[in-house]
Design a protein around this ligand. Structure first.
Ligand SMILES: [Zn+2]
Length: 385
């Protein structure tokens, strides 16, 4: 939205209104007033301003038993667009995501073709240039970048993620800001997956939760009081490196006994191959085997869940969360893992009369949570700080 000034005295109030419409969909003014704690007059003033700018629009009315029917307001789906960039070990994905978390456009390049600083940058520019030629580009309000960590959020830099080709110390934020003259925000992919759950997920009503993403490694993101909590040095949520076994298996981080060495897909496939002597075992085979009640698949995934339970239980003792959301590349095994971990945690909580029963749920997204989360990242940074 060219010319929209989001940084005036009302920024905080605007954030509350826009976030409610982004996360809950169409709402009448009186409900926005209740949700935001703002007077109806204040809501109407903000709504009018945003309607003039094309950010909001009226979209029908609620039925009413008498008197005037309240009109519903919604975000214009083509307003407040994020130029979304996602970089992981599989692919580079660039596209357009709207404030409701809907992907309007996406193009990708396999990561193995872009695994040096220069080639990655050239290809990000190539795909972003393509998006800038889209007529929707006039409604970009920021660029959101998701990347595997470690990152320096303050410096806007990708540091030295392990097993990430030759990519290291890449100042991605300044490169993108200089080229496109849009504010750019960088965040760890797992934190963005957590933020996507908090904004657009089925379980977004939870105020406090831990997101765990399981793939070749294990990452996580923490939502505290509906906000992303990144810790003192931006590393909060790296639950894959919580220790679940004293003097256990060595980890790439230098510690021993990290969760990642027991419950990641890499770890569990290695374990299943060792146990069975069958080197043809893959994660797809194990995940499929669960559905067919295959013994080695069940033992492997039970083991995975057992260590997850230990890590979450320790985390829960410190944070007293409402819930845990488990996502990542679990495919057919997701429901089994979620219910297995849920059972262990909930039976544990029964032993503590005053401890709440923690919710354990599967992710609302297949594999695009981090990409979608870039839209929430833009809103948080533009208005929510
Ligand atoms: Zn570790």
């Amino acid at each position: 939205m060219t010319g929209v000034n989001h940084h005036d005295m009302n920024t905080k109030n605007k954030y509350v209104i826009l976030k409610a419409l982004a996360t809950k969909g169409a709402l009448p003014r009186n409900e926005l007033s209740v949700l935001s704690g703002l007077s109806k007059m204040a809501v109407t003033a903000i709504a009018n301003e945003y309607m003039e700018q094309g950010v909001l629009r009226e979209c029908g009315e609620l039925s009413s038993s008498g008197g005037r029917k309240p009109k519903l307001l919604e975000l214009n789906p083509n307003a407040l667009l994020t130029l979304a960039v996602s970089i992981d070990r599989e692919m580079l994905l660039v596209g357009i995501v709207n404030a409701r978390g809907t992907i309007l456009r996406a193009e990708h390049i396999p990561f193995r073709q872009v695994d040096t600083n220069q080639i990655l940058t050239d290809n990000i520019f190539y795909l972003c240039d393509m998006m800038m030629q889209d007529p929707l580009s006039r409604n970009f309000w920021g660029i959101g970048v998701s990347c595997v960590g470690p990152l320096s959020i303050e410096e806007g830099e990708i540091l030295n993620p392990p097993d990430f080709g030759n990519i290291h110390n890449l100042s991605i934020v300044s490169l993108l800001e200089e080229r496109y003259h849009l504010p750019c925000y960088l965040q760890n992919d797992m934190c963005l997956a957590a933020l996507a759950e908090a904004y657009y997920g089925r379980h977004s009503s939870m105020r406090n939760f831990l997101y765990i993403g399981i793939s070749s490694g294990i990452g996580g993101g923490i939502i505290l009081n509906r906000k992303l909590f990144t810790g003192t040095s931006g590393l909060a949520g790296i639950i894959g490196h919580s220790i679940v076994q004293m003097d256990g298996l060595p980890c790439t981080c230098g510690q021993r006994g990290c969760l990642e060495q027991y419950s990641s897909i890499t770890a569990i496939v290695k374990w299943a191959r060792e146990q069975s002597g069958d080197d043809s075992i893959t994660w797809m085979k194990l995940a499929g085997g669960i559905l067919e009640a295959d013994s080695i698949s069940q033992r492997a995934v039970d083991r995975m869940a057992e260590y997850l339970y230990v890590a979450i239980s320790n985390f829960q003792a410190a944070f007293d969360m409402e819930g845990v959301i488990i996502g990542g590349e679990l495919y057919g095994a997701k429901d089994y893992i979620v219910s297995n971990v849920r059972e262990r945690l909930q039976s544990e909580s029964l032993k503590w009369s005053y401890r709440r029963k923690i919710e354990v749920e599967g992710s609302s997204f297949v594999s695009d949570a981090s990409f979608i989360g870039t839209s929430a990242l833009t809103m948080e940074n533009q208005l929510g700080r």
